[in-house]
Ligand binder design. Structure first.
Ligand SMILES: Nc1ncnc2c1ncn2[C@@H]1O[C@H](COP(=O)(O)OP(=O)(O)OP(=O)(O)O)[C@@H](O)[C@H]1O
Ligand SMILES: [Mg+2]
Length: 268
């Protein structure tokens, strides 16, 4: 469904230039759940932003459903965007709008459906996330877990082929995480949605994923089924899966990495 080929991306110019992705390649299979895991700053969000067309790469291809989106103009991108839903990290609901109005937004924006049809579709999506009856509540009246489920109902509003999830379970209690996990799996298995999940939540990634891609400094250091990652002998993979603070992946940049910044600070 999605292929990333020879993707290069850097930020800044001259000596301030940081290369984040260097010849990055990945495949996301149709109807499957692929999770991207990795430490802070490893490039997860950067990849997600390329996939939704928010960032343009320096070079390389991103092929979604047969079309290279890196070559697309705004019009083409709008057409491709209808194929995917995005569940943002914070939920990104509008506080002044009711649940019903929030979920109806993409339907109002991208379709010519009449009001009563929209209302029925919103009810169906709320039913799917187990929140029918919440139509008239405002986001402030919802728990964190409910907000994520409403955000998911909105993301699947246009019956997308692909859903991108940005930290879908961040900040939730274990039971709410289980609920979100089950919803992601249901959508994938019952509606054959291709799911791309960026997450910090290793147990959750292990539970739901058909494939896990593990990043370290913009490079894939492991990929495969949860079973394959569990059996990895790579010390970096073992450390990350166990959440061990000691190991080959440093907790923070060393003093050496901060050398230039420290010099500048002491010069001032
Ligand atoms: N717009 C930007 N301008 C400059 N640097 C950026 C920008 N976006 C990302 N970066 C850099 O790219 C690297 C990867 O960042 P990214 O946000 O993709 O990490 P991440 O894996 O999502 O981390 P986290 O788990 O903390 O969200 C970081 O070094 C970051 O500073
Ligand atoms: Mg991120």
């Amino acid at each position: 469904m999605i292929q990333i080929r020879h993707l290069y991306k850097s930020f800044g110019e001259g000596d301030k230039k940081t290369v984040v992705l260097e010849d990055f390649n990945a495949d996301f299979e149709r109807g499957k759940i692929t999770s991207i895991i990795g430490g802070s700053g490893s490039g997860k969000s950067t990849i997600l932003k390329h996939l939704i067309g928010a960032y343009k790469p320096d070079s390389g291809q991103i092929i979604i459903d047969g079309e290279d989106i890196t070559k697309m103009n705004a019009e083409g991108m709008n057409r491709v965007r209808k194929k995917f839903g995005i569940m943002f990290q914070s939920g990104a609901l509008f506080n002044s709008l009711t649940v019903e109005e929030n979920v109806a937004l993409p339907l109002r924006e991208h379709t010519d459906l009449n009001e009563s049809t929209i209302r029925i579709m919103v009810k169906m999506k709320l039913e799917m996330v187990g929140l029918r009856g919440a139509e008239h509540l405002k986001p402030a009246q919802l728990s964190g877990g409910m907000i994520k489920r409403i955000a998911l109902a909105r993301a699947i509003g246009l019956d997308p082929k692909i859903v991108f999830y940005d930290e879908p379970s961040a900040g939730l209690d274990p039971i709410s995480i289980g609920v979100i996990d089950k919803l992601i799996m249901d959508l994938s298995r019952k509606m054959w949605i291709t799911s791309v999940v960026v997450t910090h939540e290793i147990p959750s990634a292990m539970r739901i994923s058909d494939k896990i891609i593990m990043l370290f400094k913009g490079k894939i250091i492991a990929q495969g089924s949860p079973q394959e990652l569990n059996n990895s002998s790579d010390p970096r993979v073992i450390q990350f899966i166990k959440g061990d603070p000691d190991g080959p992946i440093p907790f923070s940049k060393s003093q050496k990495d901060y050398g230039e910044e420290l010099k500048e600070m002491s010069a001032n």
